[in-house]
Design a protein around this ligand. Structure first.
Ligand code: XIL
Length: 350
């Protein structure tokens, strides 16, 4: 058993600085990557890696990198079908230099297809060839150097009613998912292959549909090895949902990745900010406890979806920016560990 000595969220917070004032005593934390009994990842872009402050903090605290955008089709695939790997290569070089692991994100996503595939939509055979070729070209370039890939990202509708519509499904049918996994496995048989989605805790119906899909894929013999649960959550998430979700997800026996963790306080930086911060801390503690309870062989790791609050997509227009800045991750804009990082340090230790 573990975490017996860990303070509960409320108690821990009472001994930690809760103010965001610039002169607050933030304290030091030991490198989180040495505390966690599983890999700890952080998402990034090439621009951030070039910032020495970012690089120092990220390499001290984390053992794995995920490309936030630059390994996605939207960046790699050009309209003429050629592939652009400059930034993915830069991330791989940075990781190798700093002895970090890399998680590949992502090969097939409903949200991104591109002119190249749109032009082939009327010709299913050519489309399928291009589909398999894209997967094998991108994965093959980093064969043996990327431990795991999100092969298909976000396949289920938000309300959990089934598979989303997308170009892939329109042309290849429901089997577009199985076909992607087969192409990925052929390319790099040693890579851990994930199906990744969000709101698996917030929307239990979506989780049920997602897990049914996983079971069907496994039954059909697809090389599905892992489940990524993104865990983009908000501080007002009902307690208990994360624990239930991780239990259900782990019950399939596959490897589990908490793949894109951030906990929004909704940007409501009102006088009452202490309350969402407290809820945020409790959710983080719940998540790490529940993840720690999964058998060690199933734990691929936990990935934060930004290093500092100022790096988070939630503080950009795409993330649905609120009027005031959000504070979803562990380090503040100056790179100082926030109270949430102290909670992480305590809760992650078995
Ligand atoms: C987001 C990135 O954070 C943004 O910078 C990018 O522009 C859009 O995508 N689910 C995913 C991630 O799987 O790839 C998304 O990342 C966040 C939601």
């Amino acid at each position: 058993m573990h975490r017996r000595g860990v303070l509960t969220g409320a108690a821990a917070l009472s001994v930690l600085p809760m103010t965001a004032c610039a002169d607050a005593p933030y304290g030091q934390i030991p490198p989180l990557k040495f505390l966690a009994p599983y890999p700890l990842g952080v998402a990034t872009t090439a621009r951030r890696m070039a910032d020495p402050t970012w690089a120092e903090l990220a390499t001290t605290q984390f053992s794995r990198l995920t490309a936030e955008w630059e390994m996605k089709m939207e960046y790699i695939l050009q309209p003429d079908g050629s592939l652009k790997f400059d930034r993915a290569d830069a991330l791989m070089a940075f990781a190798a230099q700093n002895r970090m692991d890399v998680h590949g994100h992502t090969l097939i996503w409903y949200a991104q297809d591109g002119a190249h595939f749109q032009a082939l939509a009327g010709n299913p055979n050519a489309f399928l060839n291009a589909y398999a070729a894209y997967i094998s070209d991108v994965m093959g370039r980093y064969k043996g150097r990327i431990r795991g890939w999100d092969v298909v990202n976000e396949p289920i509708w938000d309300d959990g009613r089934g598979l989303r519509d997308c170009l892939w499904r329109k042309v290849l049918g429901d089997d577009y998912i199985g076909l992607a996994f087969e192409a990925a496995h052929r390319t790099d048989p040693s890579a851990i292959l994930f199906l990744n989605d969000y709101n698996l805790e917030f929307t239990p119906k979506k989780r049920t549909t997602f897990l049914k899909l996983c079971e069907r894929l496994l039954k059909d013999g697809a090389p599905l090895h892992g489940i990524g649960t993104q865990t983009h959550i908000a501080a007002d998430l009902q307690p208990g949902l994360i624990t239930q979700a991780l239990r259900d997800i782990a019950s399939l026996g596959l490897i589990v990745h908490v793949s894109e963790l951030d906990i929004s306080v909704h940007g409501d930086l009102t006088a009452n900010i202490a309350e969402p911060r407290l809820k945020q801390a409790r959710l983080l503690e719940e998540l790490l406890t529940a993840y720690g309870d999964i058998p060690a062989t199933q734990r691929y790791g936990v990935t934060l979806w930004a290093l500092r609050d100022s790096d988070s997509w939630l503080n950009t227009p795409q993330g649905g920016q609120h009027l005031l800045p959000d504070e979803p991750v562990l380090f503040d804009r100056q790179g100082r560990p926030k109270p949430l990082a102290h909670i992480f340090a305590k809760s992650v230790t078995l």
